[in-house]
Design a protein around this ligand. Structure first.
Ligand SMILES: CC(C)(COP(=O)(O)OP(=O)(O)OC[C@H]1O[C@@H](n2cnc3c(N)ncnc32)[C@H](O)[C@@H]1OP(=O)(O)O)[C@@H](O)C(=O)NCCC(=O)NCCS
Length: 162
């Protein structure tokens, strides 16, 4: 195995990034990122892109400041499948925490699906602790373009930021 160094930068997602975000989810999900960029411009959320030196995003994640007063809620965290388990998710979470503290807030929260123990283990390693459960649901686009409601139980986790 060969080890290489990769210099990554973290910045806000832009409209110009969207053609390079196909890996992040369904076509519907990528279309809705336009809406998230507008929300970020309005200050309601931050939406981060971790980028390679070529400027291409390899990880995305949002922080919503409207879900719970006094907290930044991490959501839609994802690393390009080809680059998972290299530490990029850790970088993304730490960068999100910096955005939250830059707003003068001291709490980060997130929900992780009970069917995703790997992601939960990562958040626990980074200092998040479970404090509840919540049913979440969203529309999933089928190949024929129809939509089905997907329901999933999530563990709610939080971390106090120094
Ligand atoms: C969950 C997710 C965001 C984590 O991102 P990631 O880049 O894979 O996470 P990290 O690499 O920082 O840490 C996870 C793993 O890498 C290992 N790791 C961390 N830093 C590392 C480093 N510097 N070098 C090598 N391995 C490292 C950890 O031990 C961990 O091991 P695991 O793969 O056995 O769990 C990503 O895997 C993903 O997009 N998954 C699919 C979508 C998803 O589940 N999103 C979360 C919704 S809540």
């Amino acid at each position: 195995m060969t080890e290489i160094r990769l210099h990554l930068s973290v910045r806000g997602l832009t409209d110009a990034d969207l053609p390079s975000c196909g890996w992040a989810g369904s076509p519907k999900h990528v279309r809705e990122l336009v809406h998230q960029i507008r929300r970020a411009e309005a200050g309601e959320i931050d939406y981060l892109a971790v980028c390679t030196p070529a400027g291409l995003p390899v990880a995305l994640g949002g922080i919503d400041y409207t879900v719970r007063p006094g907290a930044g809620t991490l959501w839609q965290l994802g690393v390009h499948p080809a680059l998972q388990s290299c530490g990029i998710g850790t970088l993304l979470v730490r960068s999100a925490e910096q955005r939250i503290t830059a707003r003068g807030l001291t709490r980060a929260e997130l929900g992780v699906e009970e069917s995703n123990p790997r992601a939960r283990a990562l958040y626990e390693r980074l200092g998040y602790r479970a404090f509840g459960r919540e049913l979440d649901s969203w529309d999933v686009e089928a190949e024929d373009g129809s939509f089905q409601r997907y329901e999933t139980m999530c563990t709610l986790m939080r971390k106090h930021l120094a």
